[in-house]
Each structure stands twice: as C-alpha cells, then as structure tokens.
Design a protein around this ligand. Structure first.
Ligand code: 0WK
Ligand code: 0WK
Ligand code: BGC
Length: 932
C-alpha cells in the first residue's frame, strides 16, 4: 500500500492518459474515466442574484436548501437548509419511490419555510455520474456509494424528479434549471469567493473531481469557444484494469463485497465509504495471521463496515489517536495491547496515506493539464475541497496538499474548503442558468423576428415578382421601388471579342482599375489590376472639408475647377470624386507603362443609374457608403469624361458604363452560355438578368433580350416588406446614409445593435450568442436573396414558356464569398421556391471588371462594324464625308447597336441566317431597317 513517488508520478501519467481518452469522441465510449461535460461554462462573476431552491443528494447527508444570492449586488449568500434522512429502503428501493421521497422532502421544506406560493428555480446537486446533453438534463450512468435504487440507471434524473414533484403540484411550482455534480457545486461555491478556483474535489463518502477544460479539447460537445467544466468521475479510474498493479488483495476483497463490484475501483482505494472497511480487512487478516490481538478475532471484526472512516480519522488524531484506537478496538470487542493499538494506528495511516497519495496523483494530473491548456510555465490556481474524509481526518488535508505540491512543483495551488457545501455552488449555477434562460427567452424572442416561415418567403418571392412587373411597365415604372433599369446590354459575349481594354470597378469593397486583354477564339482573358483607396471624405464629401482649413463659409467662395483650387477656394465636390478616379487611372497607366495610351474603357459603376444608352448613365441616388454631393442626377460618364479632359494627360474612350451585376453576369456568361443572371451579395445587394425586350416597355423594340439592372435594393421601400422588417432593420435604416432607401440592406450591423440592446458585454456565453445572432441575421439575408432570385428565375421560365428552366447565375460579392453558410442557404431557398428551375450558381472569379471589358469589347466592335457599314453605304451612295458622323449618330444606328449585339441571336429577316461578325461589311445586303 505504500506508493513511491515514482509510482505516484506514474499513476499521475496514467490518469493524464485516461483524461485524454475520456475527452476524445472516439475513445470516450471505452474510457473508464468518463470526463462528463457539465454544461457549466463559466464560474460565478458576481452578477448572479435571486432566490433559489437547492437539493443536495448523494453525499452522506441529503439536504434541501433555500439560497438567496446577493441582494443589491452585494456578493453575499443567505442559506436556509433542512437535512432529511436517506433510509436504505429508499436509496436501494424503487427509483420512482426515491424521487417521490425527494419531492416529499422538498414539499415539506417549502411548507416549513412558507414558500408554497413562490415559483422558484431549483438546482439539483446529484452526486453520481450523469451524462448530460444540457444543464437541466442528465442520464444516470451508474449508481455509486450506498445508492442502488432500481430503474434509474439510463434515465434522465431531472425528468424523474419533475414527474415526482407533479404529485405535489398544488404546493410545488418549481423549475429544475440545473443538474450539477457535487464536485461542480463545490468548485462554484469556492469560485464565488476566489475567482482562481477552477477545480472542485470531493473526498467524502465517494471521491471525484471536476475542472474547467477548454471547449476546443471537449470533442463530445460542439463549439471551440471558452471553457466548460468537466466532471471527471475519477472514481472509476482503473475499472479497465489500469491500476491492477497497485491494487491489493484487500482492495479486491472489498470490491467483491461492495454494491458495485468491478466499479469505482479508484474510489474504493480512497473514499470515506471504504477506508474503514479496508482497515477492517487488513486488521482481520493480521489478526488471523496472529499478528494482532494475540490472534483473537472478535465477531465485530468480521462485520463488513464495522470500522468506519470516522474511526480511522479518530485513530489518527495526534494526541488522542492512541486512546481513540483503544476505545474503538474495545468497542469492536478486541483485547488490544499497546503494540496492537500502535499497529492498528499504523494500518490506518498506511490506508489513509495511500488514499491521500492516490488523490494527489490524480489531482496533480488535472493541475498539469490546466497549466498546459493555458500554456503557462507556472500555474496559480485554487482547488475547492469538500467531503467528510477531507474535513474530519486530522492529517488528510496536510498530506494531500504536500504530495500535490511535490508532484507539481510548477503549480501554486491554494486549497479552499467549501464552507457551505456544494449547494451554494449549485445555486450559483442555477442563478447563471436562470439568467441565461431569461436571456435565452429574450434572445429567442429577438431572433424569432429573423426566422422567416416558408409562407413568408413565398410572400417575398411573389411580392418581388409584382415589383418586377411594376418596374418593367411604362405606367407603373415611375412609382416602382425595384427600378428595373434597362442597361442596353442585349446579349452575352460570343468569344469573338478581342483587344486591350481599360476597366474601372467602382462601388464594391475595393475600387479597382484594370487592364483587360481579350483574345478571341481561345476565349482567354488576361487582367492586370490595381486596387485604389477612395478616401471617406471624397466618398461622402460635401465640399466643406476643402475649406475647413480656411474657415471661409462654403456659400461665400466662388466655384472653380478643383485642380485650380487654392486654399479658400471650393469646388463642386463631385468633381473631386471623379478627379480622384482619374488620378488613379493615371497612376495605373503609369504603373503599367501605358502613359498616353488611347484605350477603350468600360466603367463598372455599382450604383443605380438610369441609362439612355450603353455609354450614358445618370446616377439616380448613391447607396452603400457613397454620398458625394452634386452627383445624383448627373451623367457619370460625362463627369468622368470631363475629369479626364480636365487632367489633360491622356484620353480614354469611355465606351460603356455597366452595373457590377451586369459585369458579373458577363464575366460568367463568357464561360457559361446559360448565365443570364448577375447577382451581387456584397457591401450592397443587387441582381440583373436578361429580360425579353417585349417586356421592357421603357425601351423601344420587341426583338431579343436586354439586360435589366433590377436595383432590387429598393425592394420594400414602399413598405411591402414591413411585415417582416424588424425594429433593428428600422434602426439600421435610420442610422444609414440613405434612410428609407434600400430597405432590404442585409449588412451585419444589426448584430452589434442587437447585442447592445441585450446589454451583453462579451463573455464566452456572449460569443455563443453573437454567433447565434449572426447566424439568424445572415440566414434571413440568404433566404431573402433566395426568395428574390426565385421570383426572377420563375419569371424567366414562364416568359420562355418552359416547363423546366436550366439557368446559370453569376455571383460575386464578399458576403457570398466569405460567409460560411450564406451561399448554401441561398441555393437551398431558390431550389425550394423555384422548384421548376435548375439554377447553377457560378462564382465570378475575376470580378465584374472583366465583364465590363467584354461589354466594351463588343460595343467597340459594333461601333467599328457600324463605321464600316456607313463607309460601305457611302461608297454605295457616294455620299459626302462630312455627313458621315450625322449618319452614324442617326437613330436607326442606335437600333443597329442594340439589336446586333450577339450575332448568334439576330437573323437576317429574309435569309434567316445569323449575321456573323464582319458580315455587315460582307456581300450580304443589310436588312431594310438598316438602309432606313
Ligand atoms: C458536501 C456537499 C455535497 C457532497 C458532500 C460530499 O454539499 O454535495 O456530496 O459534501 O461529502 P460526503 O458527504 O460524501 O462526505
Ligand atoms: C466584386 C466586383 C465588383 C462588385 C463587388 C461586390 O468586381 O464590381 O461591386 O464584387 O462585392 P463587395 O466588394 O461589395 O463585397
Ligand atoms: C460519484 C461522483 C461524486 C463523488 C463524490 C462518486 O461516487 O460517482 O459523482 O462526485 O462520489 O460524492
């Protein structure tokens, strides 16, 4: 029974291995040390308060308590308690009767304390191994110590007690909010006074320990954030034979005579229920061997359990130990000589010393794990202690502390005895549980606002459909919130595009200037780009800042060109934005060694623009973070052209202005011909798609298709979504740059605002709540996107009279790209709401800049084709050169431009053969409307 330091270090290492095994998802089922998650994620932080009931079952005494935690924030706890007996017929009888007995005691306590009318939360300290899936639930794995009630193992003890309490429903209105092990209760009790306390140890009738483990190491529970208390159930250490080498014949004999042979083998070498019995078995053997009491063996010495731990403790008392020993042996009917008494004392010491040593070895393993988890060289921590053996045995605490400090010299360990048992701790856990429960209710109430039913999503889809039609129709368009803006892009690239193009990409997270080289035939596109910052003061400038330094009020300074601006002079700020853009182009051309290059440019401008042609776009209103003054209502291409002229350093042919959705659709359309929809889920949100010209009443012509920039960001600005808009949406809108506009803006701002509302400052639980809130908000965002997109693809299917539609959606934007679940939820929602559409989502790898360049390339080529046409026309009619430009600009030409976009879709009216590139210049006569 004497264990050397080496052996103790070895046992310490074995226990560390057992802990690892218990924490592992795959190894836990065969582990003897079960490492049970307790769902207690934090120690008390002093904010706990309220009145609670607490039951303490499983130790040597059964108690019912009322606990009042900290009035007015003062950290104090008032407790009133009542002990109740635990007769064997109850604890070894029928399980239902056991819980009815507990409920009876609780009802008796409530009556005694006149608490019947009160609805109180209850914390149940249940000191047996329970597998928990949440704080208020626990399935008993096996009885230990003196308990062996039938029909309880494998059942949830919380619902068993709740059912038993129903019998007293007129007296008892109690909610069991927490089930905790006594070690956990002990740790929480001590942690209330010492925040360093993160370990709880019971050395009483039974023995066990718990500690705060990192969630990332607990494979049995989802989540990696923060910590959770693990109930080790170290009593079962060795049940798999891991300690056979140190177990003695007395341990085996004791185990065979116990209520649960083969189980709790470590506990049976340590705890108070067994220590006295071990001493008895040893004394009996020594007496049989004639080594004691002259070989005399009293009947009492043969009686199991006759020597109890209190006897052992008494016999080891410093001074009165020997007298106590004599008295106890006499009580056992033994004639003991002085030597016998000393020998008996020695046996007690050996047995209790081994107990303390074994406890110390396992505890040292836990402390080492804590130190390693925290990656500390030296750990300072507190261990909360309780249990009769530890409390009454005169030498035990000292021996335990000494051996622990010897085994883990790099830990500063404070041992804190729990004065009020584990129930105060259980009340703390219940207090946290009721706080979390109250918050949970609040959180659920708030998050429920973000949970959309299928009916609601169908409603959104159908409302979007109505708005789409609204926007397309000439009469209703002016009032439409979904603007359905014609883009003058009438087809997808067909691979014949080629050349070098500049592209600007403004309006997303990054402002980019790109050089795009397109090779026809092999469909290869090479891009070089540079990201430039747009300073906030330019993005949202009002022109005041220009004068800020000079203190001259804006209204008194005459307008002038910014380049010529000198201090004290202001300028139309819009110019600043565009001058900044031109500055970036200049830097880019410089960087690319293209100074003075004359390149066609495609301008991705990701804001709602009313277009009159591919190279004309009037900004309707700023969205997202932009608010530069004097731009809304202006043609952005003109403003850019003027800025280039002002700089007078290079000349660019701005051929096309496109929305980022259109650029994205083009970029993807270059790879996938089915791509007829462009979706942006980024800083902003928008969608475009190819619409039948016959449905676009704002633009002449019924032939072919044209891309419509829906600007669906405005969906709901007319209040049609108010039934699903939450107060948080309204608050974000009021706080936005464009209140009342773009109401379905789906940024995560709501998350921070909700947290402030919930008054949560960041703790581990908070981060879990944060995650949940983010999940709810982004799920709703993805579902709303899905509903909107379902409306579009369904419309496309119906418009083409297809039973089933196969279509590709080109997507871009940080929200879609970065959010872990967004794209999946979006796709699932579209599938759900547009079941007759087979939608492929194609992520735009290259951004919309490439698409803008492709559109520019096509526009450029058609411009070229148109020029050649006119020249041929001239030759045919030998018309004067000076009339050439007039001919080009004349209306029919514009028609020429729109219709001829993708050769594949336009047929020669008479010959019904596609007009192939350059065919315009070919020998085939042009259609009548061309020779208008
Ligand atoms: C007092 C605690 C109780 C725990 C007991 C263990 O309040 O929860 O079970 O200590 O010690 P025992 O009474 O078994 O010696
Ligand atoms: C990348 C595109 C750009 C678009 C952006 C949207 O090239 O045109 O505006 O995606 O995503 P965001 O950057 O706003 O997340
Ligand atoms: C039980 C533990 C309990 C310990 C101390 C053991 O028998 O399995 O759950 O913590 O006794 O009471």
């Amino acid at each position: 029974m004497r264990l050397s330091d080496e052996t103790l270090l070895d046992i310490m290492a074995r226990f560390q291995a057992e802990m690892q095994k218990g924490l592992g998802k795959d190894t836990n089922p065969t582990a003897s040390v079960k490492m049970l998650p307790t769902f207690v994620r934090a120690i008390p932080d002093g904010s706990e308060n309220g009145e609670f009931l607490s039951l303490d079952l499983g130790g040597s005494k059964f108690r019912v308590l009322k606990v009042q935690v900290s009035e007015e924030g003062k950290r104090n706890v008032q407790m009133e308690s009542q002990f109740y007996p635990t007769p064997n017929e109850i604890i070894r009888g029928n399980g239902t009767e056991l819980f009815e007995y507990v409920a009876d005691c609780l009802a008796d306590f409530m009556r005694t304390k006149e608490l019947m009318q009160k609805k109180l939360p209850l914390g149940l300290t249940f000191s047996f191994p329970c597998k928990q899936t949440k704080l208020e639930e626990g399935v008993l794995l096996s009885w230990t110590k003196k308990f062996k009630a039938r029909g309880v193992q494998g059942t949830d003890v919380v619902s068993s007690l709740t059912n038993a309490m129903r019998k007293h429903k007129q007296d008892l209105d109690v909610d069991i909010l927490a089930l905790v092990n006594d070690t956990v209760g002990t740790m929480m009790t001590c942690a209330y006074d010492d925040p360093y306390c993160e370990v709880g140890v019971i050395i009483g009738t039974g023995t066990n320990a718990c500690y705060m483990e990192d969630m990332s190491n607990i494979e049995l529970v989802e989540g990696d954030e923060g910590r959770m208390c693990i109930n080790t159930e170290w009593g079962a250490f060795g049940d798999d034979g891991a300690l056979e080498d140190i177990r003695t014949e007395f341990d085996r004999e004791l185990d065979l005579g116990s209520l649960n042979p083969g189980k709790q083998l470590f506990e049976k070498m340590i705890s108070g229920l067994y220590l006295g019995e071990l001493v008895r078995l040893i004394l009996l053997k020594m007496a049989k061997a004639g080594l004691l009491f002259g070989g005399e063996k009293s009947s009492a010495l043969h009686i199991k359990g006759k020597i109890e731990t209190r006897h052992v403790a008494a016999m080891e008392k410093y001074k009165e130990g020997l007298a106590n020993t004599r008295e106890i042996l006499t009580d056992l009917g033994l004639e003991a000589s002085e030597a016998d008494c000393v020998a008996v004392q020695h046996v007690c010491t050996v047995v209790s010393f081994r107990s303390a040593n074994l406890c110390a070895a396992a505890l040292a393993a836990i402390l080492t794990r804590l130190r390693e988890n925290k990656k500390l060289v030296r750990l300072r921590t507190t261990v909360g202690m309780d249990g009769t053996l530890y409390k009454i045995h005169p030498q035990y605490p000292k021996r335990l502390h000494k051996v622990v400090r010897k085994l883990v010299p790099n830990c500063d360990v404070r041992f804190l005895l729990s004065e009020s048992g584990s129930t105060k701790g259980a009340a703390m856990v219940t207090a946290v549980a009721s706080r979390v429960q109250a918050q949970r209710k609040q959180i659920d109430k708030v998050l429920a606002l973000f949970r959309l039913t299928r009916e609601q999503l169908v409603g959104v889809r159908d409302k979007m459909r109505v708005e789409l039609e609204y926007g397309l129709k000439r009469d209703t368009h002016p009032l439409a919130t979904v603007k359905m803006l014609p883009t003058y892009v009438c087809g997808m690239p067909d691979g014949t595009e080629k050349g070098k193009f500049l592209a600007l990409d403004l309006g997303g997270t990054n402002f980019r200037v790109l050089l795009v080289k397109i090779r026809s035939g092999r469909r290869s596109v090479r891009m070089y780009n540079k990201i430039f910052a747009i300073p906030l003061e330019i993005m949202q400038g009002t022109g005041e800042e220009v004068n800020a330094g000079q203190g001259v009020p804006r209204s008194e300074v005459p307008a002038c060109h910014p380049i010529q601006c000198r201090p004290g002079m202001t300028a139309a700020l819009s110019l600043q934005l565009f001058d900044h853009i031109v500055q970036c182009i200049a830097d880019f051309l410089d960087y690319m060694g293209l100074k003075g290059a004359q390149l066609p440019l495609g301008f991705t401008f990701s804001f709602p623009c009313r277009q009159a042609s591919i190279d004309k776009g009037t900004l309707i209103e700023w969205t997202k973070g932009f608010k530069a003054t004097d731009c809304e209502g202006e043609d952005v291409v003109d403003m850019l052209r003027e800025a280039i002229k002002r700089r007078n350093e290079f000349d660019l042919d701005i051929v096309a202005v496109v929305n980022d959705t259109v650029g994205t659709m083009m970029t993807c359309g270059y790879e996938d011909r089915n791509c007829e929809v462009g979706l942006i889920a980024g800083t902003g949100s928008n969608m475009c798609y190819m619409e039948e010209m016959r449905n676009i009443e704002l633009v002449e012509g019924d032939e072919g298709k044209m891309c419509i920039n829906t600007e669906w960001g405005g969906f709901g600005d007319n209040g049609c979504l108010d039934d699903i808009r939450t107060q948080y949406d309204k608050e974000v809108d009021e706080g936005s740059l464009n209140p009342g506009k773009q109401s379905d803006r789906l940024a995560l701002l709501q998350v921070r605002r909700i947290l402030q509302q919930l008054g949560l400052d960041s703790t581990c639980e908070d981060s879990i709540v944060v995650k949940e809130v983010c999940g709810a908000v982004s799920r709703r965002a993805a579902e709303l996107y899905g509903a909107g997109l379902a409306a579009i693809v369904e419309k496309r299917r119906e418009d083409q009279g297809f039973e089933h539609l196969k279509i590709t959606v080109g997507v871009d934007g940080t929200l879609y790209k970065l959010h872990p679940h967004f794209s999946r939820i979006l796709q699932e929602t579209v599938k759900e709401l547009a079941p007759r559409c087979d939608v492929t989502f194609m992520l735009s790898e290259d951004g919309s800049g490439k698409g803008a360049a492709l559109i520019t390339a096509v526009a450029k080529r058609l411009q070229q084709a148109r020029r050649e046409n006119v020249k041929r026309e001239q030759k045919l009619r030998s018309i004067q050169p000076q009339d050439e430009e007039a001919l080009i600009a004349r209306e029919p030409c514009r028609k020429l431009f729109m219709l001829k976009f993708s050769y594949s879709s336009v047929r020669h009216p008479q010959l019904q053969v596609p007009l192939s590139p350059g065919s315009a210049g070919g020998s085939l006569p042009l259609p009548s409307y061309l020779d208008g």
